[in-house]
Design a protein around this ligand. Structure first.
Ligand code: FES
Ligand code: FES
Length: 154
């Protein structure tokens, strides 16, 4: 058994976990840490539902081995709110009807959070580009883009 004890830093908290070398970050987040906000859509890098931030850069947790991220700062959708207080982006998604079934929402929020960290006032095209790796089956994307735009205007 190829098992390792590693330290993961997730949403500002340290976790010691025992992982097999083939396990993905998505599996460890969901199954070991109980952080089920990140979703498994395709499991093969095509849908963006599993997106998380790794040192503030978007990565797909379904394609990332847990062993490879020891010591890095991981942020999941659970880490975007401050306690009961939603982030401005989260609130904007609700206010603009950008959430329907919600399956894509964690990934959309992670990708748009990363965008607004480096571009405070993106235009519509820049938002579309930032979200181009995130698939949504429900909304038609218009409301999602509107929500990100509105959040950037505050
Ligand atoms: S579940 Fe990771 S990209 Fe689809
Ligand atoms: S809200 Fe259902 S997949 Fe996007």
């Amino acid at each position: 058994m190829d098992n390792h004890i590693i330290e993961l830093k997730v949403n500002g908290e340290g976790y010691e976990v025992s992982v097999d070398s083939y396990r993905t970050l998505l599996e460890v987040l969901r199954e070991d840490l109980g952080l089920t906000g990140s979703k498994e859509g395709c499991g093969m890098g095509a849908c963006g539902a599993c997106a998380v931030l790794l040192d503030n850069v978007v990565v797909l947790a379904c394609l990332t081995l847990a062993l490879s991220v020891e010591g890095k700062e991981i942020t999941t959708v659970e880490g975007l709110a401050k306690g009961e207080e939603l982030s401005p982006l989260q609130q904007s998604f609700i206010d603009h009807g950008a959430v329907q079934c919600g399956f894509c929402t964690p990934g959309m929020l992670i990708s748009s959070t990363a965008l607004l960290m480096k571009n405070f006032h993106p235009d519509e095209h820049q938002i579309q580009m930032a979200l181009s790796g995130n698939l949504c089956r429900c909304t038609g994307y218009v409301k999602i883009v509107e929500a990100v735009k509105a959040a950037s205007e505050h």
